[in-house]
Each structure stands twice: as structure tokens, then as C-alpha cells.
Design a protein around this ligand. Sequence first.
Ligand code: PRX
Length: 566
Amino acid sequence: MSNIDSYEERYSNFDWKISAEELEYGKNGMYNIGFYCSDRIVEKGFGDRTALIWQGFKGDVKEFTYNDIRIYSNVVAKFLIDKGVKSGDRVCIFMDRIPELYISFVGILKMGGITQPLFSAFGEEALFTRLEDAKTKAVITTKKHAGKIRRIRDRLPALEKVIIVDVEEQALKPGEISFNMEKSTPVENFEIEKVGPEVPSVLHYTSGTTGKPKGALHVHSSIIAQYITAKWVLDITSGDIYWCTADPGWVTGTSYGIIGPWACGVTQTVLDSGFNTEKWYQFIEKHKITVWYTAPTAIRLLMKDGTSAVQKYDLSCLRHLISVGEPLNAEGVIWSEQAFGKPFHDSYWQTETGSIVITNYPGMKVKPGSMGKPFPGITATVLDQKTFGPITTPGKVGLIALKPGWPSMFRAYWENKEMYDSKFKNGWYICGDRSSIDSEGYFWFVGRDDDVINTGGHLVGPFEIESALLEHEAVAESAAVGKPDAVNMEVVKAFVALKPGYEANADLELSIMNFIRKKLSPLAMPQEIEFVESLPKTRSGKIMRRLLRAKEWGQEIGDTSTLEND
Ligand code: PRX
């Protein structure tokens, strides 16, 4: 079964109302995403359907029906209210991909809180920056990650509640609360907070070129876009077994790892373990996964193990494959046709867009290497970099831009209006990426228009890395740039000038790498450090990252006078 219909037909006759009506969005004054991801599916008579099949890294499996999700999310919501968390408070979820993560997400929304999921591999500095900025009131975590919170808690006056889901009372440190979702008294009836459609729901931190990470703020009515894109682009139907490989610390793991699939009432699977080719194929075979949403880096890793690894398993269950997060090379599409008998369909979007905006729509001709065309309801173009006027010449590169107004567009960067406003020009939202459009309307991604590093589909901000580097005792100044990598597309490379008295050697390189890994995350850790006497700067003293980056990519450096004025 599939939802495929003609792209052209849907594009020309589209109205977001189609989605809102299917969802019955707003019926009885209900706009809360939490309702649409659990209670509504139960009300429709599918309470016994499996909502979540979870598999841990040891292979242990747990299953939850939609009715379980409804009741446990009620338990979470009531618990938070009992502990004094109020509607509008930011509640961070900081844990590995265990069932409590997914269910807490729904529970926080149900009580009117703003969920702030953070990647559990974040080190304490990365965590601190984001909790401080959001003035987060409560964190829900596990004992494995509680230590990082303990070490920064005294610097976070707004953080009132630290809730740990897997410890007994006696193991708590002062000021911590223990909470066991499954052992708590079931909450059959919970009065879901009657939020309006424009009330904030999810706060996702994302990295930019300058300054600290920014919190992209979404609202409850984003579900209108997440639901219909999950249905039409991921092509999930209620009979599917769906697997989104993304961690909910990133937007893919919430828009299409929680909200979209559960609003569609599909059975979704979660594998709480890192990448491993055999494990992944086993997982698909075991749970008979039909729709698979993953990222190009994973596809490249699978490619390395070849089609022979695929042939050991019966993966005939797979019906539709979609990719996100980084450019999907033509080779990946062609290989997947050989390996799985179907192409990966690219989908392009961002934390800020909240839902897929450009895609190889199911049923549409896939041009390997192209991202496809705008989703119905999305007006997308490329703009001239100087005039911000639309480029009409096919093949000419410009800035990807979208007409504001789709339901899941971010409504703010948390307490950073200036940065938010700077993303809009001439009535367009500027994505910060470059692309061309061919004569048939297909978008061909070229690259980012800033210095943000995309490693394995995850954005890391150079500023955050450079700030952390400066805290290392040996570092006088530094620059972080992306360098090409065969698997991860880019990895972080740092250029470091040392303070007097420090000697550049392999031990120091390792010490700096580990320092960043612990402080920020394994993703932000430089894979290479080049020690330099000094860094190239503009006349005003700004480090010329672009020049360093261009060298790494073997690109023409061109006229440095323009770089100097950057
Ligand atoms: O540069 C683009 C790249 O990832 C950025 C968005 O990253 P983030 O906000 O973390 O969200 C990632 C998941 C939606 C974009 O600005 N990107 C995302 N999808 C693609 C892509 N680059 C090329 N092709 C894609 N399909």
C-alpha cells in the first residue's frame, strides 16, 4: 500500500487545509501535538496497534501500543505538573534513545511544556550553553548522563528540577528527583493542556557561523506540515513498519521520529545503538521494516560493505527509502537500486523549516544527485546572492529561499530576534544553502553559504568549537573548518596557534582533541589539528576561515581582498 499520487496534481491543487482536515486539527479546541500523537489514534480505534518497537544495543526488545503511549505520556505529564513544572517551561530531554525519551516528548507537550531534546553525547559545555540560553526549568535524564548535569548545575540558576528515570531514591544526589515511568500509577485520564495552534512546542538548538547555537522555536500547528509530509513524502501508511535512524537530539528524530509517524498512527521502530552494517540489516529483516529514513553518511558506510552484505538478509520487506541531512550523491542512489532494488529518495530541509521542503517525491522521476522539487504548499526558488531577486536562468547557482508561511516554519530563535530577522530578505526565508534549479524544476544542491560544518548530516558550529579550543591551556588562537571526508562528507579540522612555551606534538594534538570531545561532543572533535604560527586575518582582525577552508577543499582562493572585508 502506498499514498502515491501525481506530484503535479498535488502541487497545483494543494492547500494545508487538506492536512488539517485529515487530522481534524482543532476539533473541540484541541491543537496540542501530544493529543494527535497518542489519544487521537486511540480514539480512532487503534489503541492496540503497536506504536513503538524499541530495541536496545544488547538486542532486548520492548513494545508499546498507542494506548501505552497515551497512558505513559499522561504519567509523564502529571508527574511534571505535580513537581511544579508549568505550561511554557522548557523541559530538556537528555538521554539515549530509550522509550522514556519518546514518551516524555509527548508527555511534556501534553502538559503545555516546551520540549528541548538534546543529543545525549553532548559534553557538559555543549549542554550548559543550551540549558543556559533556554533558561531550562527541568531536565529528564538517566544516571549515565546525570554526572554532566551535576557538574554544571550550580551555574544554571533556572534549572530547578533534575529528574532521573532509572535510579532508586537512595542513589539520588541532593536536589534530584527519581521517576519511573513504568512503575508509576497509570494515569487513565489527563486533561491535556488546551494550547492554541501558535503556542511553542519544540525548541531545537542548531549551529550557525557566528555566535552560540540558536534555539529554533516551533509551535503546535507544525504538526500540519509534519503529518502530511510524513504521509506523502515518507509515504507511510498505517500498515507500515517505519524506521527513522535519527536521534531526537536533532530535528529529524522529532519531526519524523516522533510527531509525523505517530500522527499517522504507524508502527515505528527505534534501534538504540550506533551504526553497524550487519546489525542494521538484521534489524530491518527482524522487524520487517517497510519504510526507512536515513542519512547519506549511513548509506556510504553501507556501500563500503557492498551488496554482498545485503544479500545475506531478506530485505524484501523494504518498500520505500528516503534520505536526509546532507547531499545524497548519485552513487548512493544508483547503489541502493542495485542493493535494495529501489532508489533512496532525497529530502531537503532544516531545523528551521521543521518539515521536508524539497524532495524526490514518491512516484516522481528521480534524477540521481538532485534533491527533487518543492513539496506541495512550498514555494521555493534560488535567489541572486547580491540582489536577493529570484534567478530564472536554469542551472545558475543561487541561495535557496522559501516563501514564509508553511505551518512548521520556526517562529523565532529563542530570545534572538535580530538573528531571526536576518534570515528573511525581500519576503523570502533564506536557508543559507546554495543550489541551482534545472529546466524541469529540480534542485541541485551545491553547498552551504556559511562556515557551518556538516559532519555525517549533523551541523557543528565553528564558533562553538573555537570558543572551547580557547579554553585549552595551550591554545592561543584557533579556527575550525570542515575538511572533506569520504564517509562523513566533512569532518572538523582545527588550526591552532599555541601559547609561548607549548610545543606542537602528537601528545598535545591528542590532548586537544579529547578536550573538545569531552567538552562538546564526539562530532565536534577535530579529526586533525594543524599547528600554525598564526592564523590569516582580515584587516579588522577577524580570522579568515573561508581561506583555510578553501585550501582544505583544494578550491581557488581567488581574490582575498573580498575575504578580507568579510
Ligand atoms: O545544509 C543543508 C543540509 O543540512 C542543513 C540543515 O541541517 P539541520 O538544521 O541540522 O537539519 C538537518 C535535517 C533536516 C541544510 O541547511 N541538508 C539537509 N538536507 C540536505 C542537506 N544538504 C543537501 N541535501 C539534503 N537533502
